[in-house]
Design a protein around this ligand. Structure first.
Ligand code: SF4
Ligand code: MG
Length: 314
C-alpha cells in the first residue's frame, strides 16, 4: 500500500465582508502516515469543519489542503480520485449516514466496485471479508441498516470507509451517538483495525477521555483556533494551556463518563461575537491585561509541544 506521507491542511475562512462565522481561523495541521491525531474541543469550536476540510468534502476558503505535499485543488483527475479514496469519513450518526434503502452488500460494495477494487462476481467475497474485519457476520450483508443496532451500524460505517483501502479515516464524533456500554468496544475495534491495516485516523471528539485512549497526538481547539498540540503522553502529563487544563480537570478517565465541560467556568462565547485577544480570556482563571487585546501565537514550548498562551512569553 502506497503510504500517505503527509496530509496537511492550512485552513482559514478569512473574508470578513461575507460575514461568515469564522469556524476555523488559522489552523495548520499535518497528519503523517498511520498516525492517530485526536482533535478535541467543545461543540461549535470548528472541529467538524476542519475534519470536512481534511477529507476534501469542504474546500478551505483560503489556505490549502495538501496531499503528499501537493495541493489537492491542483491534482490531476487521476490523483484527485486517488485522494478521494485514500481519505474516508465516518460520521457521528450511523442512522442518517447509511442509505436506508440499500442493503449492506451495496453500501459497502458500491465504492470498491466503482473503483475496480472488486468485480460483480467477486463482490460477495469482498464484502464478506470487510464485514469479518469489523466483526460482523457476513451473512448479514443482505440486510438493511434499520435491522442493526447503533453499534453495528457504526461498524458498517467503518466497513464502508475501510472497503476502499484508505490511508486516513476522518472520524467525526464517531462513537458519540452510541450507548456508553458499547463505546469502548467500538473504540477498541477502531484501534485494532488501525494496528492491522496501518491507516491513520483524525479522531474528532468533544470527549477528551476518548481522545486520550485512541490518539498518538492531540490537538485542542477553542473557538476555531488550535490552542495546544502535543504528543498524547505530553499533553496529559504536562498540559500547558489553561483551556486544556480545565478540560483535563473535568474528565480524568474514559471510564468516568460525565459532561466534559462541567468544570469550565462561564459560557462558551458565540462565534458571531468573538472575544478580542485570546479567545479564552472570558473564561480563563489566569487572564491578564494583554490577553484582552493580543491573540497569543501558537509557539513551541517543548519538542513537539505547542501552546498559544501569553503566560509562556512572560
Ligand atoms: Fe488565559 Fe491569557 Fe493564556 Fe489566554 S493568553 S489562556 S487568557 S493566560
Ligand atoms: Mg461537530
Amino acid at each position: 500500500i502506497d503510504l500517505l506521507e503527509r496530509l496537511a491542511v492550512r485552513a482559514g475562512l478569512s473574508n470578513a465582508k461575507e460575514q461568515v462565522v469564522r469556524a476555523v481561523s488559522a489552523v495548520d495541521l499535518t497528519i503523517s502516515a498511520g498516525e492517530v491525531v485526536g482533535l478535541v474541543g467543545e461543540s461549535g469550536c470548528g472541529k467538524s469543519t476542519l475534519g470536512r476540510m481534511v477529507a476534501g468534502v469542504m474546500p478551505p476558503s483560503s489556505g490549502q489542503l495538501l496531499y503528499k505535499g501537493r495541493p489537492v485543488a491542483g491534482l490531476s483527475a487521476r490523483d484527485a480520485a486517488e485522494f478521494a479514496l485514500k481519505v474516508q469519513m465516518v460520521f457521528q450518526d450511523p442512522y442518517s449516514s447509511l442509505n436506508p434503502r440499500m442493503r449492506v452488500r451495496d453500501i459497502i460494495g458500491e465504492a470498491p466496485l466503482f473503483h475496480g477494487l472488486t468485480t460483480r462476481t467477486g463482490l460477495t467475497h469482498y464484502v464478506s471479508d470487510v464485514l469479518t474485519q469489523v466483526k460482523l457476520d457476513p451473512s448479514y450483508m443482505d440486510r438493511f441498516p434499520h435491522q442493526f443496532s447503533g453499534g453495528q451500524r457504526q461498524r458498517i460505517g467503518l466497513a464502508r470507509a475501510m472497503a476502499v483501502n484508505p490511508e486516513l479515516i476522518v472520524c467525526d464524533e464517531a462513537i458519540a451517538a452510541l450507548d456508553v456500554s458499547i463505546q469502548a468496544q467500538v473504540l477498541n475495534l477502531f484501534l485494532e483495525l488501525r494496528e492491522r491495516f496501518r491507516f491513520g485516523y483524525l479522531f474528532i471528539s468533544h470527549d477528551i477521555g476518548v481522545v486520550e485512549h485512541i490518539s498518538d497526538r492531540v490537538i485542542v481547539m477553542y473557538l476555531g483556533r488550535v490552542v495546544e498540540e502535543a504528543r498524547t503522553e505530553d499533553l496529559f502529563a504536562r498540559p500547558n494551556h489553561p483551556y486544556t487544563q480545565a478540560l483535563l480537570k473535568s474528565v480524568p478517565k474514559i471510564e468516568k463518563r460525565r459532561s466534559s465541560f462541567e468544570a469550565m467556568k462561564g459560557e462558551l462565547p458565540s462565534p458571531l461575537n468573538m472575544p478580542t485577544g485570546c479567545p479564552f480570556h472570558t473564561r480563563c482563571p489566569h487572564s491578564m491585561q494583554i490577553c484582552k487585546s493580543q491573540i497569543p501565537e501558537l509557539t513551541d514550548i517543548a519538542p513537539g509541544h505547542k501552546s498559544a498562551c501569553h503566560l509562556n512569553s512572560g
